[in-house]
Unconditional design. Structure first.
Length: 263
C-alpha cells in the first residue's frame, strides 16, 4: 500500500483530506467511527475546494468588532496575550462557502471508503507501518499513548444556537466579535439563517430564550509527541484552535506533493 493514504476521521476535515489525496490520484482508506459530524454555529469555508464548491463565493460574511483584541483575549481565555481569531480578520465583508453543503457533497463522494472502526494508539501505529502516508483528523488526545502525562490545553465554551426566527430582522450573514463586559457572549454569528452566541462561561442570563444551549471545548495546544510520522490536520487532529476546515485540504495536498503551491 505504498501509494495509498490512510485518513483518520470522517468529519469535514477528514473528508477534505481524503479529497486532496484522491485529487493527487492516491488510493484512500478512511478509518473512523462511521457517523456524520453534526455542525452548527459559526461554520463556513474560507476557501473554495475544487470539485466540491463553486470557485465563486456562495455568500459574504460581514465582520464586526466591538472593543479591542487584548480585551477579547482576556474575556475568552483570561489572558490578554493569548492569540485570538480577532486578529485574523479585518472588519468588513469576507467571502464564504457553505461548509454544510460541502460536507454533504464530500459524504456522498467518500462514504463508501469509510471503514467503521474506533481508533486506538496501537491501531494508529500499525497504520504507519503499512501506509506511506497517514493523515489524522481525530482528536489528538484519543490516539495519545499517555494522555494523562502529555498536556492537552483546551478552553470550555457554551453556545446558544438555533435557526433564525422567521420574523427576525436580520437578512445578512454576520460574525460579531465583542470584548466588552456589558454582554456575556464574546462572538455572535448568523450564517445562512443559523444563529449562535458563544460564551467563555455558562451564561447566567438566557437572552436567547428558545435557543438550545450546548457546551463543548476548543483545543488550544498540546505537548503530545506521539505518532511523529502522522500528518495531523484539522482543529482537533492538530489540537490547534487556529486550524480551519480548508487547511486540512491544503495541508494534505502539500504533504503529498510538496512542490504544489497551496493557499
Amino acid at each position: 500500500m505504498k501509494d495509498a493514504v490512510a485518513i483518520l476521521g470522517c468529519g469535514p476535515a477528514g473528508l477534505l483530506a481524503a479529497h486532496a489525496a484522491v485529487q493527487m490520484e492516491h488510493p484512500i482508506k478512511i478509518i473512523s467511527v462511521k457517523k456524520p459530524s453534526i455542525m452548527f454555529g459559526a461554520m463556513y469555508l474560507h476557501k473554495p475546494i475544487p470539485e466540491v464548491t463553486s470557485p465563486d463565493p456562495g455568500f459574504m460574511v460581514k465582520i464586526l468588532k466591538t472593543g479591542s483584541s487584548w480585551q477579547y483575549a482576556e474575556k475568552v481565555y483570561g489572558d490578554r496575550h493569548a492569540m485570538v481569531s480577532w486578529d485574523k480578520f479585518d472588519e468588513g465583508e469576507v467571502p464564504a462557502w457553505d461548509l454544510k453543503l460541502a460536507y454533504r457533497v464530500l459524504w456522498d463522494l467518500y462514504e463508501g471508503a469509510i471503514h467503521d472502526l474506533k481508533l486506538t494508539p496501537d491501531a494508529v501505529w500499525s497504520l504507519t507501518t503499512n501506509y506511506r502516508h497517514v493523515v489524522s483528523t481525530v482528536p489528538l488526545r484519543s490516539i495519545c499513548y499517555e494522555p494523562d502525562k502529555h498536556q492537552f490545553r483546551s478552553q470550555r465554551i457554551w453556545v446558544h444556537h438555533g435557526e433564525q426566527p422567521q420574523d427576525a430582522l436580520w437578512d445578512e450573514n454576520l460574525m460579531h466579535y465583542n470584548s466588552t463586559p456589558e454582554v456575556e457572549w464574546y462572538r455572535h454569528s448568523i450564517i445562512r439563517g443559523y444563529m449562535s452566541w458563544e460564551y467563555a462561561h455558562e451564561p447566567i442570563h438566557a437572552e436567547e430564550h428558545g435557543f438550545e444551549l450546548s457546551s463543548g471545548f476548543k483545543p488550544v495546544y498540546s505537548t503530545c509527541p506521539c505518532h511523529p510520522a502522522v500528518l495531523k490536520v484539522g482543529r482537533y487532529g492538530a489540537w490547534d484552535k487556529h486550524q480551519l476546515s480548508h487547511h486540512a485540504y491544503f495541508k494534505t495536498l502539500e504533504a503529498l506533493e510538496p512542490s504544489r503551491v497551496v493557499q
